[in-house]
Write a protein that binds this ligand. Sequence first.
Ligand code: NIG
Ligand code: FE
Length: 418
Amino acid sequence: MLLLERIGTLVTPKPSSTKHREPPRACGKEMGEITLLRNAAVAIEGDTILEVGSSAMLEEKYPTAERIDCSGKTLLPGFVDSHTHLVFAGNRSNEFAMRLRGATYQEIYEAGGGIRSTMRSVREASLEEIVEKCRPLVQSAFAHGTTTIEVKSGYGLDTESEIKLLEAIRVLNREEEPTLVSTFLGAHAFPPEFANDRAGYVRLVIEEMIPEVAQRGLAEYCDVFTDEGYFTVEETEQIFAAAKEHGMKVRVHADELADVSAASMASRVKAVSADHLLMISEEGIADMKEGGVIATLLPGTAFYLNLPYAPARKLIEAGLPVALATDCNPGTNMCENMGMTLALACMGMRMTIEESITAATLNGAAALDRSDQIGQIAPGMKADLTLFAVPDYPDIVYHYGVNQVEMVVKNGKVAVNR
Ligand code: NIG
Ligand code: FE
C-alpha cells in the first residue's frame, strides 16, 4: 500500500449527477464545480485508489503504508489527452516558417504539403523508425503529467502504412508508461494517387482498411477529418457505418476550417466526441447537446495556426461537456504539453481554471469512454495521478509555459519523479 500524505491541495472534478448520460462527465457550468481538499491523503492499493480523506485520518488508519510527503504541493488526476496525432515521421518546421511569412494552412496543403508531406515521410519510414522517433514524445507528454493519450493514425493513407502507424501505437502502448488509446484515421486526407477519385479512396477505406484494422484489433475508434477540402458529411457517414459494423466507436474532426454541419452529423451517428469546432454553428451546438456528444477543444491548434479559438464559453453556457486536448501533430500543433493547453484554454477561450482542469481530466476520460476508471481522484478509480510543485491549483495555469510536474503516479506506481 502507498499513501500520498499531507497533500497541500487535492483537486478532483465532479461529474454531473443529472439525467444520467454514460459515461460520467461534467456538463456546462458544472465543470467549474471542483472538489478541493487541503492537507489530504490518498491511499493506493495496487493500481487502484482505496481511500481519499484527511491526512491525519489516513496516516492513522494505514500506519504500515509506504508514505510520500506531498506537503506544499498540488495533486490532480493525471491529464487525459483525448486527441493527438503523435505517431508520424519527418518534420514540417519549414511549413511552420512559411506560415509565419503569411502562407495559410490550406495553401500549403493545396501545394502538396500539409498532411501529404508527413504521408511521404511515413511511407518511407520503417515501423521501428516511427516507434523510435515518437517514443520521446510519449515520454515527454507523460513527464508533463499526461497519463492517458489517444493517438490517431492518418499519415499513411494506404492500407500498409496506416497499419504501420497503428502497430507503432501498439508497440509504444506496450513499452511506455502512459496508456495509449488508438484511433484509425485513414480518412484524414485524400492521398495523391486518389486525387481524382474520391469515391475510390472512400471505398478503399471502407472495403479494405477498416476490415483489416478491425481484424488485427488495432483500433478502438474510427475518426474522419470532416471539413471543407477534406471529407464530406456524406462520405463520413459511409465510413462510420462500416467502422461500426466492424466494432469500432466513432469520433470526428468537425467544423475546424469551415462549418460543414459536421457537429450535427456527430450527434446523428452517436459519436463519443466531436473535436476542433472552431466554426460550429448554433444548430451544431444544439444538436451536440441533444446527442450527448462531448465537445473536445484544441486551443493549441488555433494558437499555432493563428485562427480564432473555438467558442468555449458558448458551448459551456449551452450546457455541453467540454474536454481539452493537445492535438499534438507535426503540422498544426507541435506540442504535447497539457499544462500549456490549459493556459491557452483560459487565456484564449476564457475558460476558468476550474473548468480547464475538469476538461483535461474527467471530460477527457469521458471523451475516451473511460471516465468510470480514470479522470477523478476517488475510491475505485485507477491511481493515475499528477503532483505539481505548486502550493495551490491556480498556479498550474498562472505560471504557464514551464513544466511544474514533480511526480506522476501511473497504475499506482511512482513513474516520474523530478
Ligand atoms: O487535427 N485537422 C486535421 N488534422 C490535424 C492536422 C494534421 C496535419 O496538418 O498534419 C489536426 O489539426
Ligand atoms: Fe486533429
